[in-house]
Ligand binder design. Sequence first.
Ligand code: NDP
Ligand code: 2IT
Length: 446
Amino acid sequence: MLDSNLQATLDGVLARNPGEPEFHQAVHEVFDSLSLVQERHPEYNDMGILTRLCEPERQIIFRVPWVDDRGEVQVNRGFRVEFNSALGPYKGGLRFRSNVNLGIVKFLGFEQIFKNSLTGLPIGGGKGGSDFDPAGKSDGEVMRFCQSFMSELYRHIGEYTDVPAGDIGVGAREIGYLFGQYKRLTNKYETVLTGKGLDWGGSLVRTEATGYGATIFAQEMLSARGTSLEGRRVSVSGSGNVAIYAIEKVHQLGGIAITASDSTGYVVDEDGIDLELLKQIKEVERGRISTYAERRGGRSRFVAGGSVWDVPVDVALPCATQNELHEKHAKTLVENGVIAVSEGANMPSTPTAVEIFQEAGIAYGPGKAANAGGVATSALEMQQNASRDTWSFEYTEGRLTDIMKGIHQNTLETAEEFGRPGNYVVGANVAGFRKVADAMIAFGVI
Ligand code: NDP
Ligand code: 2IT
């Protein structure tokens, strides 16, 4: 139950942003946690912090025309939502996928504010993207799209203003085309994007960072309960950037990751996912997950459609997309004895699924804490660029590990402080919020 002030603020936000269910969902969850803070800090209400926080500082929507390989003109829609710059330049990924709309970009940008705050690094929150889907397009088409997209975006971003990166559908290839066009238009070789190639300003460990971080977060949650990933069966959804490196870290920490998926279905491999094969199919060939079982054989199988969450495991790492893990999936996981869920994706569990995890007392790490390793390492890329330096893999991974352990500790302690021990949702929302809110108060009403 929210108090009347908070409820009125929430009602106002929902009414002002109709037709954006994912944004509503993200806002709702944060408000639920913040009712605990409002009692102790009436100044946040007096200063209109929540009303201001829910209204992006700037929203940019633009036309992206490009010519396909048949010579036909295509038009997509581009977005960049610059949500909050209290702690630093707007920072957050670009998502290219056919279902992208303003509500999805706003949910992602809103989550990013709290996530970026939790990293402890000087980055504000933003997100962007397009309803363009690189899947099935030629390299030439992707290049022309990216050049057109950047031909508008470039005037809104910059090293001290807004620094985009990758997300679903945006990887090294897309960042390359986007960076090339920015450089050409501005004549500046600056840190305007992260996730750059290693030869031209990128950081070691950025590719691995989100998946590694989500697994490290799982390990920390288990460790707080006196156990570990060692010997644990782990299910992972997705087979993109986050999923692949979550699996890699599970194996490094002695667990056995037995699943991967894409939008066509999932594979189960009782001998543990063969990472070299998975990387070859997904990173090199841009193929489908069904190919994995065909080539691997042995005790692996492909299940068309179906749900990866039906597979009995000790630990689940959702690493595909929002609302991919529903009530019935959560029930199945709990019945099958899952002990921890750590989210590599953004908001993959529905609110009812989260409730089921929490009522069952399992360790549940929400995306804004558990997947913060990606954006944190983007901030480390910015640091390296600013000092004209490059760090070793070992050093950078050490920084990532320390940041993830710090986020775990901070969220755990904050949950305890606010009377919800073990509730990482409350811990992440409150700890992330406080820093942003205090900075906003310092700046006055802007
Ligand atoms: P990729 O594009 O590399 O991979 C996405 C994966 O998820 C693919 O396997 C894709 O399958 C699957 N997927 C995407 N959308 C759907 C859908 N609607 N239904 C079923 N499967 C789907 O993206 P990332 O790995 O980078 O991102 C995955 C998640 O992690 C997203 O939620 C993203 O916001 C989040 N994240 C990413 C970070 C990063 O650094 N990249 C940082 C923090 C969070 P298919 O190939 O069939 O499309
Ligand atoms: O959701 C996310 O945190 C990302 N897609 C990464 C953002 C970034 O700026 O590295």
